[in-house]
Design a protein around this ligand. Structure first.
Ligand SMILES: *[C@@H]1O[C@H](CO)[C@@H](O)[C@H](O)[C@H]1NC(C)=O
Ligand SMILES: *[C@@H]1O[C@H](CO)[C@@H](O)[C@H](O)[C@H]1NC(C)=O
Ligand SMILES: *[C@@H]1O[C@H](CO)[C@@H](O)[C@H](O)[C@H]1NC(C)=O
Ligand SMILES: *[C@@H]1O[C@H](CO)[C@@H](O)[C@H](O)[C@H]1NC(C)=O
Length: 381
């Protein structure tokens, strides 16, 4: 009788303890599940009505979807590129969830789920293949994401710690198949600093940016319309999202990334339609962030050579390069000349993506040469 009473009382106490104590204080941390992957299906049809966009970073979901749904005036996409050390061969794969009404550089279509595969060969030939899907299924595991474009034979798969991504395309009807893997060399960041929770993720008005892989070793093994493309090069992965049409917020936009000497750098210098400049500067060395800031004084990117008018005009020509000045904090200041080498994608007068070479110095050290870059320019006014 007594032992039954004791049992009852202790069961009561134990259930009470279980209710008030967080699970983590009873179970050792290392046996807790690492987080439950979140799965989101983005249908090919645009949503109607208002969507909700997130621009505040959290403890996870760095590379996950940031919009509640895609309507005809919003966009979310995952971008991957790689350039060969020959500075001519390049591959960019972008998994879009967007219509041309929100991103006018997409072909007109009523299908939101589209993969763009942009390529350039050593002889200067470049082009793009767009493949449409019946749905996009995006899974987020801690900070990494994976996406399956149903019916398109296209997918990406990222590790939860952002160390490795793999893209696979298998679309014989479009004449394209292969794999592109990225192994990280530089820690992730947001526009205004390293990847921590509670940061503003806006890189321009109504435009979010998360840079999961500022620099990576890219390994390409593709067949494109019967031609082989295989190399190891400088690779990169980020994502953008917006809850208003791109053209409503951007007058011009200079972005690029590359490797120069011991540095992996990423620059973002954009001007809004209101004439306000928005910047983001990032540099890392040996896998450690040296500098990451969105302070106005941290970066300046200007066209140089050819048509070097700034702000640029969509009716003008293109520059032959860019000059970049980047604050590196205690390490000094970095001056870089970027020389355009080849066209990687051509979206008419309003958009170009190029491969580039770089040289420069950290004030006032030796000249660093042999830099490799991918860069882009939008001009919308
Ligand atoms: C899409 O959602 C945004 C954000 O809520 C809203 O401002 C916009 O009007 C919506 N677009 C359409 C076409 O309903
Ligand atoms: C350039 O190279 C690509 C890939 O090898 C090939 O398909 C294309 O025909 C070449 N173009 C010219 C003009 O030689
Ligand atoms: C995921 O990213 C957030 C920043 O959004 C960061 O605070 C967190 O430490 C990252 N988690 C892991 C496991 O790296
Ligand atoms: C590239 O892919 C082809 C076809 O899948 C395969 O036969 C070949 O071994 C791969 N090459 C490399 C270097 O991985």
């Amino acid at each position: 009788m007594a032992s039954q009473k004791w049992f009852k009382r202790n069961i009561f106490l134990l259930s009470w303890l279980l209710l008030v104590l967080p699970a983590s204080s009873l179970i050792p941390i290392n046996v807790l599940p690492k987080g439950i992957p979140q799965i989101k299906t983005i249908p090919s049809q645009a949503a109607t009505g208002d969507i909700i966009a997130n621009f505040l970073s959290a403890n996870d979901n760095l590379d996950g979807p940031q919009l509640s749904a895609i309507n005809s005036t919003s966009a979310d996409w995952w971008y991957f590129d790689v350039v060969s050390p020959d500075l001519l061969t390049s591959l960019t794969i972008t998994f879009f969830t967007a219509l041309d009404s929100s991103f006018p550089f997409l072909p007109p279509s009523s299908n939101v789920d589209v993969v763009g595969i942009f390529y350039s060969f050593p002889n200067g030939t470049y082009d793009v293949i767009f493949i449409y899907a019946s749905a996009a299924i995006v899974t987020t595991d801690v900070n990494g994401s994976s996406g399956k474009y149903v019916g398109a034979g296209a997918s990406w798969s990222g590790s939860s710690d952002l160390s490795r991504y793999e893209i696979s395309i298998d679309s014989p009807e479009n004449g394209i198949s292969g794999t592109f893997t990225l192994d990280t060399l530089a820690p992730a960041h947001y526009p205004c600093g390293p990847a921590t929770a509670g940061q503003n993720m806006m890189v321009a008005p109504h435009t979010g940016w998360a840079n999961a892989m500022p620099d990576a070793v890219g390994t390409v093994n593709f067949t494109i319309l019967g031609s082989e493309m295989g190399f190891e090069g400088v690779a990169y992965h980020d994502k953008n999202w917006m809850d208003q049409p791109f053209q409503q917020n951007v007058a011009s936009w200079y972005w690029g990334h590359g490797r120069l000497g011991p540095y992996s750098i990423v620059w973002f210098d954009t001007m809004g339609l209101d004439g306000r400049e928005w910047v983001s500067a990032y540099a890392s060395e040996n896998g450690e962030i040296v500098f990451s800031s969105c302070e106005a004084s941290s970066l300046s990117v200007r066209p140089s050579g050819g048509d070097d008018q700034y702000p640029p005009s969509v009716t003008g020509g293109d520059p032959t390069g860019f000059t970049i000045w980047m604050d590196l904090g205690d390490a000094g200041a970095l001056d870089v000349n970027v020389m355009i080498e080849a066209v990687a994608a051509d979206g008419g007068p309003g958009y170009k993506r190029w491969t580039g070479s770089m040289e420069g110095r950290v004030c006032c050290g030796p000249l660093m040469k042999g830099g490799v870059a991918v860069l882009e320019q939008f001009k919308l006014v």
